[in-house]
Design a protein around this ligand. Structure first.
Ligand SMILES: [Zn+2]
Length: 390
């Protein structure tokens, strides 16, 4: 009975507008020209150019196709003609739709809340207007998988929220706030893999990481540090006080702690020569090696140098934390960690959570001199305007 009353009250207070909506551009890199939308649960209203034309419920299907810079809208029985603005507006907090691009054909994904569809000259812009917490649950699952501990999920939630709020105006000229690719943060729709993810979001509600000047940090994280994180200026041009290099024993012995590769010695020498290391033509092969007991910013030979991050990018290595030894015609590459190495190591943080550290301990370990606080307590000058409007 009590549950029924709660459901009834939720229905009463639901006004059709989301408490804290964010607008996420979907399938942005694939240039979608046609898609099918299925109403999976709850109820929706279909609005074409602002007018309600249909009420949709579980099982209803809609076909959307780009034609002459407008969207042609059909369902199983009706041809609704063309529209310049299509909206699927949720009529309850539990509404869920499935979206399947058919041109090009891509895997379908399930989303909470609303869908906006805007035509362009070459492709349609698909925007999921979704409650911030539900969006963050989807991001945490896409970025960290469904099989970790709650305290890890809390640490990851705080970082994903910080990142999202700081980047909220990144795609503002394209008609949405954030994209669903790694350019912003990966988002593959509704979190379904582990209920603890949404709990972690709710239990850290509104919490973000700020630096000592009350500014949102660049909430960097990566898969595995290899035993030592990177300092900001070793990857970027500028330094950030909160991103210092940390010796990280928790990342050792984790799935992505080590990697191996082999490259051709001839190609390696040609690469060094091309990048200004003229001495490779006269010094013995056996002293052309890279050794990093601790992370180094540069590979230095004679008086020439190349940034480790450049070598990583040019050769497609998993990290810039590696040793290289000549071995006949080849060079053996023994690497540590996976990713750029900045900020929180996800596998290290998972290990810390298994060792009973709290999410606050985890974040304080990977970031230097930070404040964990409610973003609404930050000075307005520290937040993008669209966050103040949430
Ligand atoms: Zn983006």
């Amino acid at each position: 009975m009590k549950q029924l009353i709660t459901v009834f009250l939720m229905a009463m207070v639901w006004t059709g507008t989301l408490a804290q909506p964010v607008e996420v551009g979907l399938y942005q890199e694939q240039l979608v020209r046609a898609a099918v939308v299925y109403c999976s649960s709850g109820h929706y209203q279909l609005l074409l150019d602002g007018e309600v034309v249909l009420r949709m419920e579980n099982g209803d299907i809609l076909y959307l196709t780009l034609e002459d810079e407008l969207i042609k809208v059909l369902d199983a029985e009706n041809d609704f003609g063309y529209a310049g603005h299509v909206e699927l507006r949720s009529l309850s907090t539990e509404s869920v739709f499935r979206l399947r691009p058919i041109q090009p054909e891509l895997e379908s994904r399930v989303y909470d809340d609303n869908l906006l569809v805007l035509p362009g000259d070459r492709y349609i812009t698909l925007v999921n207007q979704v409650d911030l917490d539900k969006y963050l649950a989807g991001v945490v699952e896409a970025e960290a998988g469904p099989n970790a501990e709650k305290e890890f999920y809390k640490a990851q939630s705080v970082l994903c929220r910080t990142y999202a709020l700081k980047q909220m105006e990144r795609h503002i000229n394209e008609g949405f706030s954030l994209c669903d690719g790694t350019h912003c943060q990966a988002y593959k729709g509704k979190s379904t893999g582990n209920p603890e993810i949404l709990e972690a979001i709710v239990e850290t509600s509104a919490m973000v990481v700020a630096d000592y000047n009350f500014k949102l940090i660049t909430a960097a994280y990566h898969s595995n540090s290899g035993g030592q994180t990177q300092r900001a200026s070793d990857v970027w041009l500028s330094d950030e006080n909160y991103l210092q290099s940390v010796v990280d024993p928790y990342s050792l012995h984790q799935p992505h702690a080590k990697w191996k590769d082999t490259i051709s010695f001839k190609e390696w020498k040609a690469y060094l020569l091309k990048n200004g290391m003229k001495s490779v033509t006269r010094i013995p092969d056996e002293i052309i090696y890279v050794e990093q007991m601790r992370r180094k910013k540069y590979f230095i030979l004679d008086s020439d140098s190349i940034r480790m991050t450049k070598i990583r990018a040019d050769w497609g290595f998993k990290s810039s934390f590696f040793d290289m030894f000549p071995d006949g015609d080849s060079v053996l590459v023994w690497g540590k960690g996976y990713g750029h190495g900045l900020g929180m190591s996800q596998e290290g943080a998972m290990k810390m959570a298994r060792d009973d550290f709290s999410y606050q301990d985890i974040l304080q370990f990977y970031f230097h001199e930070i404040r964990l606080m409610d973003y609404r307590d930050l000075p307005h000058s520290s937040l993008p305007q669209s966050v103040l409007d949430l």
